[in-house]
Design a protein around this ligand. Sequence first.
Ligand code: C2E
Ligand code: CA
Ligand code: CA
Length: 777
Amino acid sequence: MFIYYIILLLVTVYFISAFILVARSKNRFRLEIMGFIFQILILLGSFLLSCLFKNNFLKRFFIDTYFVSILWLLFFYSYFLQKLTNYINPFFTKHKKKSFRSETFQKILAASLAIADTLFVYSDLIFNHLYAPLIIPSVTNVFEYVKPVLLPPYTIHIIIYSIFITNICIMTVRKIFGSEKYYRKIYISLLLTIIVLIYSNFAFLNDFFRVDLRPVFYIYMCASFTIYIYYSFPKDHRDFLITEFSNDIDSAIACFDFERKCIYANQKAQLIFGQDGNTDERIGQYLATSWIQDFVENNSNVITGHDTFTINGKERHFFVTYRKFFDKHNKLTGSFLRLEDRTEEIEKIQKTKYKLTYDELTGIYNRHTFFEKCEELLQKDPDTPRYMIATNIKNFKLLNDLFGSKLGDSVLIKQAEMLSKANYPNTIIGRISSDKFGMFIKCSDFNADLALANTAKIETITKSLNYKLKIYIGVYELMLQSETAVSMFDKALLAIKNIHGDYEKSLAYYDMTMMEGLLKEKNILSEFPRALKCNEFKMYLQPLTDKKGKCNYAEALVRWQHPLIGTLSPNYFLETIEKTSYIYALDTYMWELAAKKIKEWIDAGHKNFGISVNISPKDFLYGDLYIVFTDLVEKYNIPPKLLKLEITETAFMTNVETTMEVVNSLKEYGFTIEVDDFGSGYSSLNMLKELNADVIKVDMGFLEETTHKERSQSIMKAIISMAAELDMNIISEGVETKEQLTFLSKAGCKQFQGYYFARPMPISDFEQKYMGGMNND
Ligand code: C2E
Ligand code: CA
Ligand code: CA
């Protein structure tokens, strides 16, 4: 009997201490669990007391209390369930949260039902309507267990009880179907306890057992719940979240115990090490990898490194960290392996590296790398004779415009392929810019014929399109050791520049004069404005004479008195200047000098001494020459016939009509019009029909010694007689010898210009030589 008191005491102590523990904890279900334990205490207490008391009324009171406490237990249970549900739900399920109102309404309803039932059960103390006590002979003389033989009104209590239990069941079942997998586990275990409870009640109502065993079930339920909610649930919940979290991060994670056995591996780690049953073993084995192994043995805390694994057939790169944990006494407690996937970053770096090194379209070196590699080679081996070769596609833009960039691209790819064929050792190829390629090759490896044959193959791409594709090749042979690869390439390109326009030629070698030409042009253009402003351009005069050398007038020829270089003839700079609008500035400057000089001579008494000036074909583009010349003669008040205008026949090749119109109106105004360099162009005879010129200056090219001397002489004769018929004067330019003069005079020419008589000279020389002479006449 003593033992029963001990058990009773232990159970009471257990529940009271559980109650205190819960009350003092910070568990979020603290209140519910306390209510729970409290109810269990009452339930158990009343049940035991009902057995202890011999007094009929008290016995009945405790039995009734026992009945009531079961209902209140359920009330707290459903209350707790509701809270648990609410706690889990908002985060993990998309169920609409019930309105606050309906929730309070439900609570009030449940509480009123419980209160009503309480009153109903306790009224049994007066009416004795719930059961008739059937006293079961006690096992000991302490307990007198009363088995209640239920009377019909008890059904009401059963109904209310059933309402509570049904509600709990529905709530739980709904949660089982409506929750995340992980929470389903909780609700299923809840349901199982409830089923046990229902069974215990069912057994009680149907007299399965001699005694009411329900308190045992309630204690079991309550104890397991307290433990579950108090210890397991928070731990499970945390584990669940940590697992979720560790699976969510991009790294593979594995944890090891102090024996370096793998105790946890996240999904990514399982993916890397295989997902069969041996994963953990394999992860453990990974620590034996040579570079980790050394570290595993010694006592440092962390090691990092790189490693690659093949996942789903693709190689991936990882940054590996292995860290050990020690306790206070420096004993290994566990370790941790982390593999961070760096594949994307590494691929990106490799891609950018590729992009920085290679040309994306053709896959050969890009400009930067090409020159870099050339420089490297030059440093390593400066003495081998080498060629820098440039290729350029003629009218590449036009090709793209006509047939689309796809075709253009295929031409470029083909070209890169052809260049790649020359894969002799130490040959470097690269794409320098859109349609320009470079090749740096040993002279002994280069075969010009093969290069031409290869480009010819590329050119066949557009054959079916009826488009003549042409690829130029420029070759520069290394001359200066100190030269940069870029400048070598520029020279190879310059060689190409020299072929442009030549339909037969595709390959050219660079020679020195090409570069000089380029530099010269640059200098001329940069210096021109200053030179013009500083009056560095001088007017030289060359006399036009009869056969005896008597001068009628002079031609103004420009000379550049360069402060450093000296006197420069127009051959040196004129072609360059004619490429820009500077030519117009220079010519208007020269015309003004001429007009001014004529005026000076008139004022000095030489009233019939004229000057002829040169007009460049380009001048017609930049100004209205009619206005310019008429303004000029008006400004200096000179007769227009003294200002003779030399227009080369090429001026009439473009814009024939307007040029013709301007020239004719100038003639009408009274200027003398001279056709310069007659015979050097194409349209000579045709032009003479239209143009009413006064003088024809026959190009000296006719008189140069040629193999067809006789033929040229007969042409000259024909021109002279034709001019006479057209009422035009003929001037022969470039008379250098007595024979020429004799021949021309015999042919009927009356005016001459040439070194035979005089070279172009400064004005002062001219005035001294010819003006004096005129005065003497
Ligand atoms: P051009 O108009 O045919 O001028 C005649 C050129 O023949 C001059 O060359 C002259 O020095 C040269 N010459 C004269 N007699 C002989 C000779 O017996 N033998 C040889 N071999 N050459 C002779 P220059 O002065 O060097 O002028 C070259 C060209 O430059 C001129 O050819 C002319 O077209 C152009 N030019 C000169 N000054 C001017 C100018 O102020 N404006 C423009 N637009 N062109 C000019
Ligand atoms: Ca001339
Ligand atoms: Ca001429």
